[in-house]
Design a protein around this ligand. Structure first.
Ligand code: FAD
Length: 232
């Protein structure tokens, strides 16, 4: 277990809000007494109705620990109680109840040479890792593989590409790469030399990507998984 920081309940004021695509909302929050996070950690966002009914969900931190604001990227799910509110209703100036940072296992401090694979919104914590690696000049220590059906369904696609991530789109050609899941020989250079792997995405994606890594030579006990399941 890593000696990761942990924060209690606090509040965050939305300072910036934009919609990079139809289904995504990016929130930039000023957090009261913010505890510095490690890349890979997440926050719980709790919404409260006037009758005190609450709903809370986890969201990974996308920002570099050095960023004065906390950045979250939320994918709006059909019928999604919390993601729908953040996407459709939340606005600049709103104050959200937050708890975090949380998580001591799925964190990357920049020390261990690693490969990180994310599917769709599962790339969000990987973006925090990549931003840290970029700032500290540690890009050789973190290789990123990102999967999505289309470019528009991949949060931070252009930024990840700038950091040298391998992007595999399964329903759209990208540059000279024909739409397909990643092939083992495409992954091999990213896995080669990695002492640890991070896998993040939906439950189905996590088991698929874990298997893919194992088949490409990654030791099972070196794979750390974060699943974006329901957190109710
Ligand atoms: C540690 C952690 C980190 C997370 N980080 C992020 C993040 O950075 N960005 C992000 O967008 N999401 C993230 N999630 C997922 C997030 O917590 C919520 O599960 C998601 O936003 C759906 O909540 P909702 O209230 O909108 O949907 P709900 O009202 O709970 O559900 C609406 C519908 O979507 C289905 N559903 C619920 N959750 C998911 C899911 N994760 N994937 C697919 N279908 C689902 C339900 O079965 C239901 O049919 C994270 C989850 C965890 C556990």
């Amino acid at each position: 277990m890593t000696d990761a920081p942990a924060g209690g309940w606090t509040t965050g004021t939305i300072i910036g809000l934009d919609h990079p695509t139809d289904r995504l909302v990016r929130l930039r929050l000023h957090v009261e007494d913010r505890v510095d996070h490690l890349p890979g950690q997440h926050y719980v966002v709790r919404l409260r109705a006037p009758d005190d009914y609450t709903a809370q969900r986890s969201y990974s931190v996308a920002s570099d620990p050095d960023d004065p604001l906390l950045e979250l990227m939320v994918e709006c799910l059909p019928g999604g109680e919390v993601s729908g509110h953040l996407h459709d209703v939340a606005e600049v100036g709103d104050v959200l109840e937050l708890r975090g940072p949380i998580g001591g296992w799925f964190v990357w401090k920049g020390d261990v040479p690693s490969v990180a694979i994310g599917g769709g919104s599962g790339v969000v914590p990987l973006v925090a890792m990549a931003r840290l690696a970029h700032r500290l000049g540690l890009r050789d220590r973190l290789r990123i593989v990102a999967l999505a059906r289309t470019w528009d369904e991949l949060p931070y696609a252009a930024e990840l590409q700038r950091y040298g991530a391998f992007i595999a789109l399964t329903r759209e050609n990208l540059g000279g790469r024909v739409a397909a899941p990643p092939y083992h020989d495409e992954l091999a250079p990213y896995v080669d030399g990695a002492e640890r792997a991070y896998v993040c995405g939906s439950v189905g994606f996590a088991s698929y990507a874990t298997r893919l890594l194992e088949e490409t030579g990654m030791r099972t006990d070196a794979i750390r998984v974060e699943q974006f399941g329901e957190t109710g």
